[in-house]
Ligand binder design. Structure first.
Ligand SMILES: C[S@@+](CC[C@H](N)C(=O)[O-])C[C@H]1O[C@@H](n2cnc3c(N)ncnc32)[C@H](O)[C@@H]1O
Length: 245
């Protein structure tokens, strides 16, 4: 089974592909969207859930998203049709680093997709290139809440602790104007949703050729989460404004 299909099944009950509950997403969008007529761009938009919620909450807002996954973009398109916002949403299929947009954006989002750019600061540099004067960035990334094991670093990459993460962002020329640190409940809910949705699908479709693989993947993911990173991984979202200029 392709990784994209695994991801779609795993996010069936948690359409935001990051450890945030609905209220946290709403509050971050409230702080990130500067006005109703804003243009919003999501780099690594996945199923487009952040954009769909921003569009639903602001009738004058226009949104664009880019993702490398054609399946996720198709899901975003379908969801936009169902919610009646497709006229105001443009989706680009491709590498987010290659996006050549024809205008600048008042809010550039990138949540859980810093790997697409090679890290947090590289993501901010890419987002900055699309930012309109007075605009904001909403970025979400992992951090080490405790000293990680070498196995955790191997699994999740080279992260920093939270103060160091914020220091690096500030030193890069950004001022945090809002933020959200995922609670233990949000982190756990996300992992249970990911593993539980995938496992449930496998149990409901025993005759599907991908069923056994889906169950094995859900089990391996749950094991890695519980044994390797549950106690050390945190997740932070920051709403940022350029400190000058
Ligand atoms: C964890 S998901 C986050 C999706 C979305 N931002 C959200 O919070 O719901 C990461 C997304 O980044 C996308 N992605 C990974 N590498 C990419 C790249 N080079 N260009 C564009 N998208 C990429 C994946 O396809 C996936 O949809």
């Amino acid at each position: 089974m392709r990784r994209e299909r695994i991801s779609l099944l795993a996010h069936a009950d948690h359409p935001i592909a990051a450890p945030l509950d609905d209220d946290s997403v709403r509050r971050l969008l409230e702080r990130g969207v500067p006005r109703d007529g804003a243009r919003v761009l999501d780099l690594g938009c996945g199923g487009g859930e952040w954009l769909l919620r921003a569009l639903a909450g602001h009738p004058g807002l226009r949104a664009e998203g880019v993702d490398i996954s054609a399946d996720s973009l198709e899901r975003a398109r379908e969801a936009a049709r169902v919610r009646g916002v497709e006229e105001r949403l443009v989706l680009h299929h491709g590498d987010a680093g290659d996006l050549a947009a024809s205008h600048a954006f008042d809010l550039v989002l990138s949540v859980g997709a810093t790997h697409a750019f090679g890290g947090l600061l590289a993501t901010l540099a890419a987002a900055r290139a699309h930012l309109a004067p007075g605009g904001r960035i909403l970025v979400g990334d992992g951090f080490w809440a405790r000293e990680p094991s070498s196995e955790a670093v191997e699994m999740l990459g080279d992260l920093s602790d939270l103060p160091t993460t914020v220091d690096r962002v500030v030193a890069d020329g950004w001022t945090p104007v809002h933020g959200h640190i995922s609670s233990r409940r949000e982190l756990d809910d996300y992992e249970w949703a990911w593993t539980g949705s995938l496992a449930s699908w496998a149990l409901d479709h025993p005759d599907d050729p991908g069923s056994a693989q889906a169950l094995t993947t859900a089990s391996a993911h749950r094991d890695g989460w519980l044994r390797v990173y549950r106690d050390v991984l945190g997740f932070v979202c920051l709403v940022l404004r350029p400190t000058s200029g």
